[in-house]
Design a protein around this ligand. Structure first.
Ligand code: NAD
Length: 444
């Protein structure tokens, strides 16, 4: 189901001891990670400068609005607008701050490798800004980068552009981000752990002070290890999901409800219930691209990754299950009206990157179906990506189609009456199971 109730803790800074001494922070890249990290630190009392090359994002920041949608983020922005500043100029932000978090995107490049162009261009500008500073500056890499990138790519760019050397003049650290879209604000406020990669003692002390308000375990490692932690984390979560889907497909064949199986197995403390569900696979801005980057990197190093390749393969074929189940009931999809409920890659976000809706809709179009889709938050980004389908005003309008496919488990889809409908459910919406005329769950 949707994300659990989100409690955003707005702090009263005037009651916090010594908040005036908190170092000002700049955030380079104000997307999902940057906006949440920036607003989170502003809420802890820091002056925060959010930077982006996209002027619309900075305009939003200057208006006291979040540049991306994320539950609870609007409250944080409006409660902290006095100490949240926006600029498109990295130089200005670095001048006003002592610590910069690098939060730009690291999308998928050729052959699954990482495209580091955003990182390289932000670091160039950061390096020339550091050159003009007389005081020490700390650079923290939060973007997900492959092991060795901070040391071999980021550091040389900053040193070259600033004509300064790491150590006394500026420090560098790695602080991988584990937030999940949809619950990112809570994840910032209550992380499971904080991982900090550093090379020198001064950076360690700066980071220790910065993260003092957080009570979770803090793990100090070297730069490369911190970078690797993030990839292993995501590779493991992806593996858990693909494993659940493979077992789910088997259970469906045997007439066993997989969710009962995973509920029971997940209660084993060695396993844990999170991410242990079957469905139509994982999407989003992180798991697919990080998995691909790790596989591509392993190949470069001459290591064949059998498990990770299988995880990817299962994820790519899983959306096909929806078509297979649909065609059991509507064998010829030509000119059939097929409704899609949910376009974002998960509930609680407008992010459609690698959403499973994309391959499902593409397959429906190949079959000649007429697609009508609805999502509470992600209609406009999806319309830009796939303009040629019909978009409905409401979930109920989608129900007028010949069959409905549920792609994202938005809470509101649990309050619809599916009576008389054929529903193929990729996410397990109880209400659909209870009310649909014909109901097929992907793995149950
Ligand atoms: P995003 O695409 O939402 O945001 C990146 C922002 O950086 C964009 O607004 C872009 O305009 C800006 N940018 C690009 N080049 C710039 C430059 N030279 N100067 C200033 N700004 C620039 O990306 P995101 O989802 O926030 O992810 C950022 C990083 O964090 C990625 O490496 C990602 O893998 C990682 N990460 C993301 C998540 C997540 O759930 N989104 C979670 C953990 C880690």
């Amino acid at each position: 189901m949707g994300p659990p109730f989100l409690q955003v803790d707005i702090l009263r800074k005037d009651t916090m001891p010594g908040h005036d001494n908190l170092p000002p922070i700049s955030i380079l890249g104000s997307g999902y990670v940057g906006a949440v990290t920036g607003a989170g630190f502003a809420n802890l009392g820091h002056n925060v400068w959010l930077v982006d090359i996209d002027p619309r994002k900075i305009e939003a920041v200057r208006d006291g609005r979040p540049p991306v949608f994320e539950p609870g983020l609007a409250d944080l922005f409006s409660a902290n607008k006095m100490n949240l500043f926006g600029t498109t100029n990295i130089q200005e932000a670095v001048e006003h701050t002592a610590i910069s978090f690098l939060c730009v995107g690291t999308p998928q490049g050729v052959g699954g490798s990482q495209d580091l162009r955003q990182v390289e261009s932000a670091c160039k500008a950061l390096g020339s800004a550091v050159a003009r500073k007389s005081r020490h500056h700390t650079v923290i890499v939060k973007s997900t980068v492959l092991p060795g990138t901070t040391e071999d790519v980021i550091l040389p760019i900053i040193e070259r552009e600033s004509q300064k050397t790491r150590g006394d003049e500026f420090g560098i650290g790695v602080n991988p981000e584990f937030l999940q879209e949809g619950s990112a604000v809570r994840d910032f406020q209550y992380p499971d752990r904080i991982v900090i990669g550093r090379r020198d003692e001064q950076t360690r002390m700066i980071m220790e002070n910065l993260f003092k308000p957080f009570e979770c375990p803090k793990i100090f490692v070297d730069l490369k290890t911190a970078e690797m932690v993030k990839f292993v984390n995501n590779a493991f979560l992806a593996t858990k999901i693909s494993f659940a889907n493979e077992i789910g497909n088997l259970c469906k064949k045997m007439g066993i409800d997989t969710s009962d199986v995973f509920q029971a197995v997940g209660l084993d403390r060695r396993i844990n219930p999170a991410f242990f569900r079957s469905g139509i696979g994982f999407g989003g801005s992180c798991l697919p691209k990080d998995l691909n980057a790790l596989i591509a990197h392993a190949e470069e190093l001459g290591i064949e990754h059998e498990i990770l390749n299988a995880v990817r393969r299962i994820n790519e074929t899983q959306p096909e299950m929806m078509l297979y189940l649909l065609k059991r009931h509507l064998p010829d999809l030509k000119h059939r009206r097929i409704g899609i409920l949910g376009l974002s890659f998960k509930p609680g976000t407008d992010d459609i990157r690698e959403s499973r809706a994309i391959p499902v809709i593409q397959r429906l179009e190949e079959e000649g179906a007429k697609v009508i889709a609805y999502d509470p938050k992600a209609m406009s980004p999806f319309q830009k990506l796939i303009p040629a389908i019909n978009y409905a005003q409401s979930a109920n309008d989608v129900l007028k189609a010949d069959a409905v496919l549920i792609i994202t488990e938005w809470e509101e889809f649990n309050y619809i009456d599916y009576s008389g409908k054929i529903v193929i459910d990729g996410r397990r919406i109880d209400r659909a199971r209870e009310t649909a005329r014909i109901y097929e769950g992907v793995c149950w």
